[in-house]
Design a binder for this molecule. Sequence first.
Ligand code: FES
Ligand code: FE2
Length: 377
Amino acid sequence: MNRTDPVGPKASSPPGPASSLPASCYVSTEMFAAELRHIHLRHWFFVGREEEFPAQGDYRAIETVGGPAIVLRDLSGTLRGFANVCRHRGGLLLEGSGNSQVITCPYHAWSYRLDGSLRGAPWMEQLDDAARARLGLAPIRLESWAGFVFMTFDANAPSLRLHLGDLPELFASHRLDQMVCTFRTSFHAGCNWKLILENAMETYHTGWVHAATVGAQSSVSLDTRGAWQAIQVLSETSIAVLGDAPPPLPPIEGLTKAARQGTYFTCIHPTTQFAVAQDCLWWLAVRPLAADRSVLELGGCFPRSTVALPDFPRHAEAYYDRWRRVAIEDLQILERQQRALGSVLHQPGPLSWRDDQVHLFGQWVLRQIPPDQRKMV
Ligand code: FES
Ligand SMILES: [Fe+2]
């Protein structure tokens, strides 16, 4: 359900210091539009791993909150981002992924080089060189850290490295730059994007929602610097596989004592989670579509040395199975929550100390929205 009006007189006052956000934050199309403008088009979002584009001309068409986009590796070996839209009459240029040295629009065959410049435009003799130079693909800012590729639509956003603050320090011993993406899938989620991130940052729910899989967990919150937050679920063996048997794939060599003690769950504002275990990393990348609809992209990486092991594909299945099953359990409870948040009678509820990261995340979201537009909340 989409509700465009403020919920009622009580909901127009700001939430207390330890309350859930008002329902309007999750169901209002006005709030979603404000988030799009002030959050999603202004911050970094995760799109994939560098090694997914090994060769010049490798590309992938992706959907983003700012519309269709292309990630590709150009002739100089640089990864670049462009709007996936033709400069003639807006045709969609690429679909899926592949390798191509030229991007040709399937509508009237305008073509573009891998640096985005216009290469050819049939029956457009009136265009002089200066006009042609202005008709390259619209670039989208793209930066990487440790092989993780992010994009932003804001040319003035602080660098990705600044956004990540001290995250690279926490994960230095995991040597994430040595990882290889081996798994990807995605789910349609009938819920607000924030519900997925909130859920991903607390273990309060795990004993009930994941009774059949990971079971009850407990976590500690970490202090962070930068646009991210983190918890660690304490367990001396990786929790990236189910069951009591030892994980079938080896731990990363050289982990710090703290890193050996558990799995870190992060929220890189606004829509990315890296879950960093002793033997692998998996991610949730949430793509907001509407107030009550999102896409959840799920992916996973292992160290290059682990991927080279002879039995890797067979053992990795146990990890993929866990990631899929737990994600489905979470999405089922979140879609129920989204339906309930449509109630005109719902008021913000008190949060537990086990919801501390939910509170932090909600406060970050609200801070991004200019005060005059928070009235809708
Ligand atoms: S819309 Fe692409 S060539 Fe016409
Ligand atoms: Fe969960």
